[in-house]
Design a protein around this ligand. Structure first.
Ligand code: TXA
Ligand code: MG
Length: 318
């Protein structure tokens, strides 16, 4: 039995106004970004943030990304050195999250940062998200709008599939254009680390910084749940780098490897990223093991392969 039903709000001024009001009153609203749908809550309201963890069934030690409408708002929450400012000016609005030292007295709930001395900040590149953030008039904490560990949502239908009855509303922005979560960089002074590959290719970030960006080691003391072995996981088992489907499998194709569905028949990594989660869901619904054709490890391929490896990892026993 559902506790209540979640309303679908139209992509109009009225829909955004309703969504903003719901957030201001401590409600949970899923909203579109260019990457995936986020499950938004007022980041200054501890009870609202606690409801996000409850709705997702997420372990509460995972910090949430704080979404703001512009760089100025971000500068009021995090400490930006020259490197972080450079990234913000080059890539915001966009699919980049910067984890920077948290300033004192920001009003953010401790639950958002999981008590860490750092905060993840992002200005999303989506007109509805930006309008909503402006109207809400406060920072909005938003993880991807899926039950913890499952495939991230790139349409309102995906959101309701996982969270119907557990959230107040979904703002309907149709399909998300990028289709993969943001790239996460940890930036503390001139120390820069890749915490999660995502929608902005590492190559573009390294070109901006003028040097290589190492991946964060597990003992760095900061960890993104995107680093959990099993994450973004379908129900079916997933086999990677498959040249062809074996008996009983469905194949997720790429380029010359044709499948039941293809990430991109022309081998375009941008198209593949946009299709990844929706295609995994469609194939998962067929109830057969999923084989996935090889995807090159360059540009967005790095993030696609990262998500595929986690989708294929052994799942923890329920
Ligand atoms: O594209 C995206 O990033 C989407 C949209 C909605 O913006 N959001 C998203 O959020 O993917 P989520 O919660 O599924 O992943 C956020 C990641 C987590 O791995 C979390 O650990 C990391 O960001 N994170 C947030 N704040 C952090 C911090 N202070 N230190 C280290 N990692 C942090
Ligand atoms: Mg997520």
């Amino acid at each position: 039995m559902l506790e209540f039903s979640s309303s679908l709000l139209a992509a109009s001024d009225k829909g955004v106004a309703e969504a903003a009001k719901t957030l201001q009153h401590g409600g949970l609203v899923a909203f579109p970004t260019e990457t995936v749908y986020g499950l938004g809550a007022d980041a200054t309201n501890g009870r609202a943030v606690a409801r996000v963890f409850e709705a997702k069934g997420r372990p509460s030690f995972n910090p949430l990304i704080v979404h703001v409408p512009d760089i100025e708002a971000a500068l009021g929450i995090g400490a930006f050195g020259p490197a972080a400012e450079r990234f913000a000016h080059a890539f915001w609005p966009g699919a980049l999250t910067l984890v920077v030292p948290l300033l004192p007295k920001t009003g953010l709930s401790d639950l958002v940062t999981a008590g860490l001395p750092s905060v993840g900040l992002r200005v999303p590149d989506h007109p509805l998200a930006l309008q909503l953030l402006q109207e809400a008039g406060r920072p909005i904490a938003a993880p991807s709008a899926n039950p913890s560990g499952r495939i991230s949502p790139t349409t309102p239908v995906h959101v309701l599939d996982g969270l119907e009855g557990r959230i107040d509303a979904v703002l309907d922005g149709g399909a998300c254009p990028v289709g993969l979560e943001s790239t996460i960089l940890g930036v503390d002074g001139d120390r820069v680390r890749l915490l999660r590959p995502g929608g902005v290719p590492l190559e573009a970030l390294e070109a901006c910084l003028g040097r290589e960006i190492p991946a964060a080691l597990l003992d760095d003391g900061i960890e993104a749940p995107g680093q959990l072995a099993s994450h973004y996981a379908p129900i079916a088992t997933v086999r990677l780098n498959a040249e062809a489907a074996r008996e009983g499998e469905v194949l997720l194709g790429f380029g010359a490897h044709k499948g039941t569905l293809s990430l991109s028949a022309s081998g375009d990594l941008i198209e593949a990223a946009a299709n990844l989660y929706a295609h995994l869901r469609t194939l998962d619904a067929l109830g057969q093991p999923i084989a996935v054709a090889p995807v090159p490890e360059t540009g967005l391929g790095r993030a696609i392969n990262d998500r595929l490896r986690r989708a294929a990892a052994p799942k923890p026993q329920a």
